[in-house]
Write a protein that binds this ligand. Structure first.
Ligand code: APR
Length: 314
């Protein structure tokens, strides 16, 4: 019998929370954690495995001793990376994390050659691009986790404004997973009611701004970035793939002409199913959103250009 197996590379805050969320939902048979920091994957795997005693379904949680143990996975989630430190430039961080992607992905290609990869490491869109180029795999198998999280943050802001509709609020965030992200609350519905029937233009502007700064707000309070919502967003995507749900979730994907762009990854609404990205949905964008999307693409492209200038793909 085929076992539903998920590998998580990087058992830090986000990776471990994704594993915990998945095991509480009973989505997969097996989760294997790997981390370069000795003991981290082992300690988290033991803790999460013990938590499954009270979960609705059993999930086997183990730690990999080496990358070779992350073998035969249906899905590999990559959260490995280093956070930006005070003296690092954006370029330094980008090159460090890109090199981590290269070593991690070479192992995935060897040991889980049929997997779908969900990239979580930042800068998200550029790392997703790097993985697409390194693997040379069909683009449907490399998915950047961005809109699932940013959408949840947008829905939270809409609920906070309305005070009703929790769990009934649609989500749509496009573009990059950074300062130029494009939350589109005006496009979504609460229940079956379009949001623009419920909120004024000013209120929506506020929601857009608060969604964009949603990650930073958590850092302000915690001194570290969030991990519950990112972990749950990853689990939501893993569930969609394993269950072949064919649901729409904004994700970062290599564009090949969609929205007028190629050779760049960016967040757009896609359909998720057993093959990864089953379909890219091309929305008709108004002029203002098109202009914002262009700015977002330019930001991502400048990151990709740094990789190219450093001969990363040669
Ligand atoms: N192989 C495996 N694990 C690695 C490697 C590597 N080559 N390099 C670093 N790691 C591990 C670290 O040891 C650490 O445990 O990746 C983990 C990252 O976890 P955290 O530092 O706790 O970061 P987290 O908050 O989980 O965020 C992970 O997701 O949202 C993004 O920007 C965020 O890129 C970051 C990633």
């Amino acid at each position: 019998m085929h076992r539903r197996k998920v590998g998580i590379i990087g058992a830090g805050a986000v990776g471990a929370t994704a594993a915990y969320s998945l095991s509480m939902m009973g989505t997969c048979n097996e989760i294997i954690l790997f981390d370069i920091a000795e003991g981290v994957a082992k300690g988290k795997a033991i803790d999460i495995a013990q938590s499954t005693h009270y979960a609705p379904n059993s999930t086997i949680i183990t730690a990999a001793e080496s990358p070779a143990d992350v073998e035969g996975c249906d899905i590999v989630v990559i959260t490995a990376g280093v956070p930006r430190k005070g003296d690092m430039t954006r370029e330094d961080l980008l090159m460090i994390n890109a090199k981590i992607m290269k070593s991690v992905v070479e192992d995935v290609m060897k040991y889980s050659p049929d997997a779908v990869i969900i990239c979580v490491s930042n800068p998200l869109d550029v790392m997703t691009y790097a993985i697409t180029r390194i693997t040379g795999w069909e683009r449907n198998r490399i998915i950047g986790m961005a809109g699932a999280l940013d959408g949840a943050r947008m829905a939270y802001q809409i609920y906070n404004k309305l005070g009703f509709g929790a769990g009934q609020i649609g989500t749509l965030v496009m573009g990059d997973h950074g300062q130029n992200m494009i939350p589109l609350p005006q496009k979504v519905q609460v229940g079956d009611v379009p949001v623009n029937e419920l909120l004024s233009r000013e209120e929506m502007e506020e929601i857009i701004e608060r969604t964009r700064t949603g990650g930073a707000e958590i850092v302000k309070y915690l001194g570290t970035s969030g991990y519950y919502a990112p972990g749950r967003a990853i689990a939501h995507m893993v569930e969609a793939l394993l269950n072949d749900s064919q649901i729409v979730v904004s994700s970062s994907v290599l564009l090949q002409g969609e929205y007028g762009y190629s050779d760049v990854t960016a967040g757009v609404p896609v359909v998720l199913g057993k093959n990864g990205i089953e379909k890219i949905i091309e929305l008709e964008l108004d002029e203002e959103t098109r202009a914002k999307f262009k700015i977002s693409i330019e930001g991502i492209t400048s990151g990709i250009d740094i990789l190219k200038a450093n001969h990363f793909f040669e």
